[in-house]
Design a protein around this ligand. Structure first.
Ligand SMILES: O=C(O)/C=C/C(=O)CC(=O)CC(=O)O
Ligand SMILES: [Ca+2]
Ligand SMILES: [Mg+2]
Length: 411
């Protein structure tokens, strides 16, 4: 494809000018990592474009991480996005487009990297359907939902250092496994390796210790979203998680998409979360105007070795990201630029809307019959990809960057 064509992106393209997610790229000939914006099937060198076109934000955009842009706050996020949209408009003018053309790289020619340094990583448990199914599977003798579930967004602190970018191989973890029917644990590679289809939220603006972030200030602090796969070893998890929650069963790898979609691209996807069945404490109450439509209509597709195995609807999530951020900071815990918090497994009410194999195969008892064979949990060589789209202006759609990973055998 000629360079000139890279700027001609049809309006219906999933990565058109309504979208413009940010990433970090290098090429074979230019190994320095640079910020890029995905436009159609190409990446625009953002720092290069900002310098060439005299952007006041060139300094923030010329580094080797998304960090400085994340830290610069909502006003700058919006100014940069507005500049970009102006430059990429078909009628922006020949002079601007002539300067952009040499700064576009076809996607096929770039290597994508983790776009920001992950500060802290928190994972929630916000799908009522997922929590109910997992409760039934893990605690068949109890109530599926714990008594606190409808009163606070349950979460745990994960391991920031093992968050990896899409495309990174995932090594099957070793650990202690003990099925309920076994007397004692054994050690070895996980036999129940699973996925969790989730959406991650990337924090930009930090806070001080002692400060909390009300739901109404969500947009000031959260820059954007990525797709996230919270790989989970169910046998390790099932044995270790009482009483402190997930530990080694989930800390070996968490994959995120290489593209971070700014929240401003998702305005047309905003939607109301499900009706609340329990009164909420004021800091979590989302019945007021200020925080309405804090849900997001993102339609996720999960493929295993190229075959669709699930279509989880993010709009069905009970707790919103604004409630999660309010809860995470209500005790005064501070935020850092680069904090990542994930929604929890996205599952809808229907069977094919379940966001993990544990639920899809009902604890492994009902394996999926797929064209390449049957699967209860993941085998070495299996590749899982999450994609998603969201409604955009004028009935169009925009895409979230995919997150993919392949399982390889451990040591
Ligand atoms: O013990 C349980 O009920 C299950 C806990 C999890 O699987 C934690 C988790 O990652 C939650 C999620 O992704 O929704
Ligand atoms: Ca999870
Ligand atoms: Mg994980």
């Amino acid at each position: 494809m000629s360079a000139a064509n890279l700027l001609q992106v049809p309006e219906e393209h999933l990565f058109g000018s309504d979208n413009l997610p940010y990433g970090l790229f290098s090429t074979e000939v230019e190994s320095r990592r640079r910020l890029g914006v995905r436009f159609g099937d190409a990446v625009l060198d953002l720092g290069g474009a900002a310098s060439a076109l005299g952007s006041p934000h060139a300094e923030v955009l010329n580094g080797d991480s998304l960090g400085p842009l994340l830290a610069s706050g909502l006003t700058v996020w919006r100014e940069v996005r507005a500049e970009l949209r102006g430059w990429l408009r078909p009628d922006a003018g020949e002079e601007i487009h002539d300067r952009l053309l040499p700064l576009l790289r076809p996607l096929a020619e770039v290597e994508l990297h983790l776009p920001f340094e992950v500060a802290d990583y928190v994972d929630f448990y916000a799908s009522e359907h997922h929590a109910t199914n997992v409760g039934r599977l893990f605690r068949p003798d109890g109530e599926p939902l714990t008594p606190n579930w409808k009163h606070l967004p349950i979460g745990y602190h994960g391991r920031a250092g093992t968050v990896v970018v899409s495309g990174t191989d995932v090594v099957r973890p070793n650990g202690q496994r003990k099925a309920p029917t076994e007397e004692v644990p054994s050690f070895g590679p996980s036999r129940r390796l699973d996925i969790e289809a989730e959406v991650g939220f990337v924090v930009g603006t930090p806070t001080r210790l002692g400060q909390s972030v009300p739901q109404s200030q969500f947009r000031e602090h959260v820059f954007g979203v990525c797709l996230l796969n919270d790989w989970s070893a169910r046998d390790i998890q099932g044995w270790e998680y009482v009483p402190l929650g997930p530990f080694l069963g989930k800390s070996f790898a968490t994959s995120v998409s290489a593209w971070v979609t700014p929240l401003d691209a998702l305005d047309a996807a905003r939607t109301s979360p499900p009706a609340r069945t329990h009164a909420l404490l004021p800091y979590l109450d989302d019945s007021g105007d200020e925080v309405e439509q804090a849900g997001l209509d993102l339609r996720i597709t999960v493929t295993l070795n190229g075959d669709v195995v699930a279509e989880p609807p993010f709009a069905a999530m009970y707790w919103t990201a604004a409630q999660q951020l309010a809860h995470m900071t209500v005790n005064g815990a501070s935020l850092r630029t680069g904090d990542l918090f994930a929604s929890g497994t996205v599952s809808g009410p229907e069977k094919h809307q379940r966001g993990c194999l544990l639920e899809l195969t009902w604890g492994g008892r009902e394996p999926l019959q797929l064209p390449f064979g049957q699967r209860a949990f993941l085998e070495n060589g299996d590749e899982v990809t999450l994609t998603a789209w969201a409604p955009a202006a004028n009935g169009r759609r925009l895409g979230l960057g995919e997150v993919t990973g392949r399982i390889v055998g451990g040591a």
